[in-house]
Ligand binder design. Sequence first.
Ligand code: DAK
Length: 257
Amino acid sequence: MQYAKLERVGKVAILTVNRPQALNALNAEVLTDIASTLDLLTRGDRCLVITGAGEKAFVAGADIALMRNQNKTEAMTFARMGSDLFRRIEQLQIPVIAAVNGYALGGGFELALACDIRLSSENAVFALPEVTLGIIPGFGGTQRICRTLGESLAKELLFTGRKMKAQEALSCGLVNRVFAPEALMSGAIDLATDIAANAPIAIRAAKAAANLCAETSLETGLEAALHLYVGCYETQDQQNAMSAFVEKRKPEPFEDR
Ligand code: DAK
């Protein structure tokens, strides 16, 4: 795959968007390669980290040179392609951490918003500059940013296209932690490794339950969460871990059973 690569550190998979000469801008080939890379994930991959190649950018947006000449039909095809991919990332059964290593603009910000957790380097810059280009975010970012940041700040970013630096992103809860550039990937891998050590059935249920929070009514979410909770019972991992606690010993490693 030319535009995306997959590496593994233990049970952590790392997907790097790999078009550094264009600051990892997203065109159809890049989106296709990201999708094909997701196809390579296996049951042994317990957490995914997404980052961008090079030192300047996570993803500097959708490819403006490509979009410039699109008609409405082509714009719909491209927007659908990116939207479906980002929805797939959001709905992956394993947690996804965005390690934002520089510019996360337009479609790059939208990609980060489709991830479960965002970490960034000190040089990260977030913006949705689409309105300065005569369009709006096309990959679902208008919906996710309001859910992530609340309507008022989200609308300010959507309407102005202004750039938000890492410290502001930290203070408004867009990112969980900010690292020196050289420490970002090890920080992301450490967090992913901590997550990967937990019971996979419970992690899947926790992600599904947490995602319901943005997607359904409280009543429906509470009911669905009950079933996700019960689904963790009578599993080997639940029984082993609870027995280990009661018997004051370390649990066996979780086996996803
Ligand atoms: N698209 C295409 N090429 C890009 C790019 C982009 N978004 N961003 C950077 N590049 C390319 C540059 O053209 C340059 O290529 P060469 O000239 O070397 O061939 C190379 O990357 C390096 O960039 P710069 O030379 O500009 O580097 P600087 O350090 O000077 O500046 C920058 C970095 C990130 C500030 C600057 O490159 C920049 O402003 N880039 C554009 C950022 C941007 O506006 N991004 C948002 C794009 S809009 C939809 C689907 C999707 C979307 C909307 C609708 N539908 C189909 C409905 C999403 C829209 C967007 O993402």
